[in-house]
Every structure is written in C-alpha cells, then in structure tokens.
Design a protein around this ligand. Sequence first.
Ligand code: ADE
Length: 251
Amino acid sequence: MRIDVVTIFPDYLAALDLSLVGKARRAGLLDLRVHDLRDWTTDRHRTVDDTPFGGGAGMVMRPDVWGRALDDLLPEPAADTGAGTGGAHVVVPTPSGDVFTQRHAEELATEDQLVVACGRYEGIDARVAEHYRAAGHRVSELSIGDYVLNGGEVAAMVMVEAVGRLLPGVVGNPHSLVEESHGAAGLLEYPVYTKPPAWDGREVPEVLLSGHHARIDRWRRDRALERTAARRPDMVAALDPDVLDAHDREV
Ligand code: ADE
C-alpha cells in the first residue's frame, strides 16, 4: 500500500520510521511518503491559510494550495467508487469527522493508496472535500475522538499505525490480530499475565497455569465479557445476541 501524508509539519511524522510501521516501510510492505504542503504554494511567503469568510477566530487552509497538492498525488478516480475496493482514498483527520474505529482501519487497509490531508488552524476550506468527492474519489473525514488537537498530524499517525498493522506481513503473528480488543469478537481483550507467577504478593490466576486449554478459553472469554460490560456497555449492547452462549449470558 502507498500512503501519502501532506502536512505543514513533515517532521512530526518522523516517528513513523520506528517500530512496526518503520519495519514495514523498510520491508517494502508500506510505501509511506510525507510531503510538505508548502511545496505547493506559489507565493514568496509560502502561504497556506487565510482569514475565514463570515468572520470569526483563527485561520482556514486555502483550497487552491490543497487542490494543487491533491491533484499531484491522486490518480484519476476509478469508475467504481464503492468503499474499500482498491484505488485511492482521501483521509482528512478532523474533530468534526466520523469517529475512526477498527472498522475504518479494516476498510482503509484494502485500498491501494491513502492520501492523508493534515489540516491545521480552523481546518481546510470545505470545498476541498466536496470537490474530490464530486470528482469520484472516496473522501473520509475522520476524528480520532471527542477532543481537539492542534492539527491532524497526531491523528494521521494514529490512523497510519492502525491501518499499517493490518497490511499482510506487517504483524508477525496474524493470530494477534484476531483476539485483540475491537477485533471480530466485539469485546475488549481479556487481562494478560507473564512471568513471574507471583509478583508483589499477587498471583497469576491459577487457571492460566493449568495447561487446560478449554478452561483457559472459557476464563478468558468471561473476563473479556466482564471487562467490556464494565468499561464499554455500548459494545455489549451492540453484540449480536446469536454469538452469546448460555454461559456468556450469566457473566
Ligand atoms: N484534528 C484536531 N483534532 C482532531 C481529532 N480529534 N481527530 C482528528 N483530527 C483532529
């Protein structure tokens, strides 16, 4: 997959050279390119923003600068504009977007190319998203949560990491993708333990040392259900009742 991130702070994205995403880049599994939006300005001051029409605080990013950048980075739109079907997808991190979830990460991981447009100040002129949607591109305005950051860069890193680890070959053991929180089971992950078996007077739950795989699976599912009910009742309410067995219902 190719991911282009456009920002006025390319250095912010340096952390994407590290860890799993960095390794995926070096292995050729992820072609990640970070661009400076100011490279598409045409004036001496390399201006990317201006005052908002209608008044109000702050500055808004200019559509002409973004238009030149996106025109350069996007291929011709594909005829089929269904979600997650390969092709290019424009992602705009913004606190006013849909809330980004594991489902978005899964869908974005099926694309050939993502172009992530990081806004700053009060955001990007609204005509930019409209224009690229009208031209037949998939455009997703996504928020990483109900709080306001200074710009889209940190949100872009969150999304690149969440998508990058789903690409084939990036996570060494694909099994780790199956059991984790927000995975297929629709539950938060159960608590995990490692050596030593006793630490600070606290023992690892005995069942995990028993070697009895069926009992371990049952214990883990019970703890996942308890934890999800306590921390995320919204996720329990969204569970398909058909996936719950009689024991689950008692937990
Ligand atoms: N830009 C500023 N705040 C943001 C948020 N919560 N999510 C995505 N992009 C943002």
